[in-house]
Design a protein around this ligand. Structure first.
Ligand SMILES: [Zn+2]
Length: 156
């Protein structure tokens, strides 16, 4: 080992014990001036059982960037996990797990109505891998997640 790495909360989570899809609060942190940020685990597929494909999660990422901001204030970033099972969502302030779960549910419902031209930022100028998109796949995942329901209790 070259150096001792900082401990990461997400690596302490027992990924065999969780039940996706869910929203989980990872941490709230305060800055020097008292501003609070909240980091959430938005888990869409069951860890080590299934994962989204790169094209579908990429299109979901582009859509959620706008759909979530339209529905709740304070979103700093919502970005996919490298393991392709979900997203980090970081907010200014202290939205509740329930609020975030409602917003993500509504965002997926809205995504189901999207046509190709509704997916934002998918041109070569706007995206780093613009050919890696699937609105069809994004909608298939959205349907599956909505059918299962996004839980606010990640252990049940
Ligand atoms: Zn992109």
């Amino acid at each position: 080992m070259v150096e001792t790495l900082a401990s990461i909360e997400s690596f302490e989570l027992d990924h065999d014990a969780v039940k996706a899809p869910y929203v989980r609060l990872i941490v709230r942190e305060s800055g020097k001036h008292g501003d609070v940020i909240s980091n959430f685990d938005i888990r869409l597929s069951q860890p080590n059982v299934s994962n989204l494909d790169p094209s579908s999660i990429h299109t979901i990422e582009h859509c959620l960037a706008g759909l979530v901001r339209n529905r709740i204030q304070g979103l700093i970033d919502i970005s996919p996990f490298g393991c392709l099972t979900g997203f980090h969502a970081v907010f200014w302030g202290e939205p509740s797990v329930n609020q975030v779960a409602v917003v993500i549910t509504e965002a997926f419902e809205a995504l189901l109505e999207f046509d190709e031209e509704d997916v934002p930022g998918r041109s070569q100028k706007q995206c780093g891998t613009y050919k890696m998109h699937s609105l069809f796949g994004a909608k298939e995942w959205a349907k599956k997640i909505l059918e299962q329901g996004i839980s606010t209790d990640y252990l049940s």
